[in-house]
Structure formats: C-alpha cells, structure tokens
Ligand binder design. Structure first.
Ligand code: AHG
Ligand code: MN
Ligand code: MN
Length: 338
C-alpha cells in the first residue's frame, strides 16, 4: 500500500451509522456480517483449484440450474454468518427454494431486516479461474417485528431497499455497496484481511463505449435488442462500441461502473422473462447503478418500480450508463410501435 491513509470498511461503517436517524446499529452489524462472510468466501474461491471444490455439486437449484460446489459452499457461509449473528429475521437465496426464517436465540425474531442474496454469481466461471461475485439486497421487513417473517417481507419493490451491494472476487477482491447515500468501493488487502476504502463516491460515466451481452443468443433476441446491437456496431459518431462479456454479472457490471457501458440480458424466444433474477440480481444492481448516476430498466420500465410476485422471478435487464440505457429503450419502444 502507498503512504496514503485509507479508511477501513469497519471504520467507514461506524462513521456512517450516524447518517441514519434513530439508528440502532443493526444495519451496521448486518453489513459487518456480510463483510466477514465475503472474506471467508474469498478464501475458498482463491484456493478453489486445489481444494476439490470446483465442479458440480450434483444437484440443481429451484431454477433447474446445476449447482456448483462453490455455490453451495458460499450459500452456507453467508447463511451461517447472517443467522448466527442474529442480524436478520429472514434470508432468501438463489440456492434455496424458499426463504429461511431466522429466530433469535430467545425465539423472538428480533431483527427488522431481511436479506436477499446471490451467494455466488457467475459460477460457471469458477472452473476456469475467471472472476465471480456475490450480490446482496437488504430490506426492512413490512410485517410486525417479533412475528415470523412472511413472503411479503421479501416481495418488496426495489425502491424500498435499505442497502445493496456486491463483492467481486477478481484480480483483487472488492466490496461495493450503497445505503442510499452514494456508492463506495473497498478493496481487500489479503495479507491482513482488511477492506480499505479505495473507490469513494463511485459514479458511472453518463455514456460509454462498451456493450455487454451474450451475442450467441442473437437470433433469439427481440427485434429492439437486435436493432440496438447493430447501432452499437455502426461506424458513426463515437461508434462502433467495444463488446465485452465476462458472463459474471458482477464483473461485467463492475467494469461498466468504472469505464461506462451497458449490460443487457434481454428476454429471448426461449426465456421470455430473460435469465436474471429480479430480487437478488437486478434490484441490488439497479439500486447501485442509480445511486452512481446510472440507469436500469427491463427495456421499458424502471427495474426498481416493478412489484415482485415471486421469490425467484426473472426479468429482462438493461443496466449501466444512463444515456446508453435510454438509447436501448428507444430501440425497444420503436420495435414494438414502428
Ligand atoms: P449465477 O451464476 O448466479 O447463476 O448467475 C449467472 C448469470 C450472470 O452472472 C451472468 O451474467 C449470466 O448468468 C450469464 O448467462 P449466459 O451464460 O446465459 O450468458
Ligand atoms: Mn447470479
Ligand atoms: Mn449464483
């Protein structure tokens, strides 16, 4: 590290606690639990090649996707860290069919927060040593504190999020999160296991030159997306844009956050609702993007205003630099109403 003094994530959390009126420190404890779990997952991801934890676990999640061993391990690590500390009253995870109710030791359901999580995002990249991530979303429960948590506590619109963030286990490990007062990024110094504030007040450039989409699915895309891709490839003004697709939402999003760009996972003729999950992939990314001055939509509507009806619901996703998302939306609308 240079001689510059960086604030640690721990110090930052304590400092920011005063920003919340009537804060009891509960959210701070919750974010600290995520911080700790992310370090444990980071350790496992780092040694994946030598620890017999790459490859498939041999079962599928509720969405019919093959679970990787690390999917299961990361899921257990986050659930354990969050439930043991009694910082949440419920957890919903990509890897668990139903939400999990967390009771305090005295059986009192003390916490007022629920967490929705994609414990390991981009898991098809694990075996080939490409960056993966974790995505989390935090809400205040809407049902009476002290009673068992209910489905309606999880099925809240994205605009109701109290905090959201991601961890990227990349060439360096970073945690990037928001509590609604901008976005801050922290880089892990692995030698001492401490996150330092390395990217204060992150902003997505208003426009960029990168488009990120799985073009292998091109023929299955809606006409508006096909038209937008052709627009990106046209030699005109500042185009053609560069195409970059890692296949880990967290990594693709993180790159666009820093360099500017657009990420699209649209509906396809095979999956009319797209692939990504509204509650623990799209909503947290949309909250972060908007907090950084970016934009997220399903092609027509703001992601954060969609009323969820199911825990594992999917949604088409257009996210990143505001001007680029607006442009893609124009193509979507034009294709429907010529
Ligand atoms: P997960 O590993 O949590 O199931 O998520 C994978 C997601 C996302 O991270 C990525 O951008 C996308 O799936 C890639 O999908 P394709 O392989 O269909 O492009
Ligand atoms: Mn994912
Ligand atoms: Mn996942």
């Amino acid at each position: 590290m240079s001689d510059q003094t960086f604030q640690t994530l721990g110090e930052f959390i304590i400092d920011k606690q005063e920003d919340f009126k009537y804060s009891t420190g509960e959210l701070s404890r919750l974010i600290s639990a995520i911080r700790l779990a992310s370090k444990v997952v980071n350790r496992e991801v780092n040694k994946a090649g030598i620890a017999n934890i790459i490859g498939q676990a041999g079962n599928q999640n509720i969405q019919g996707e093959d679970q990787q061993k690390l999917d299961v391990l990361a899921n257990n690590i986050f659930i354990e860290a969050l439930s043991q500390r009694e910082v949440v009253c419920g957890i919903a995870s990509e890897e668990s069919d139903d939400f999990i109710e967390i009771k305090a030791t005295n059986n009192a359901h003390l916490s007022k927060y629920v967490v929705l999580i994609d414990p390991l995002d981009g898991s098809s990249n694990i075996d080939v040593n490409v960056s993966v991530g974790t995505i989390f979303s935090i809400y205040r429960r809407v049902t009476e504190p002290g009673t068992p948590v209910q489905m309606e506590d999880f099925l809240q619109k994205g605009i109701k999020q109290v905090a959201a963030g991601y961890v990227v286990y990349g060439s360096s490990t970073m945690i990037v999160y928001t509590t609604g007062n901008g976005v801050n990024g922290f880089t892990l110094d692995p030698s001492i296991g401490t996150y330092y504030l390395s990217h204060p007040n992150m902003k997505i450039p208003t426009s960029g030159k990168i488009y990120s989409i799985n073009e292998g699915n091109y023929i299955k895309f809606p006409q508006g997306v096909k038209d937008y891709i052709k627009y990106c490839q046209l030699e005109e003004d500042d185009r053609p844009y560069t195409s970059r697709y890692i296949g880990s939402l967290v990594s693709d999003f993180h790159r666009n956050m820093i360099k500017g760009g657009i990420y699209i996972y649209p509906s396809t003729s095979h999956s009319p609702k797209g692939k990504l999950r509204l509650l623990y992939e799209c909503n947290p990314m949309a909250f972060l993007a908007e907090q950084a001055g970016g934009k997220c939509s399903d092609g027509y509507r703001r992601i954060l205003e969609i009323q969820p009806t199911e825990l594992h619901q999917r949604v088409p996703f257009f996210c990143g630099s505001a001007a680029m998302v607006t442009k893609a939306e124009e193509f979507m609308t034009k294709a429907v109403k010529p």
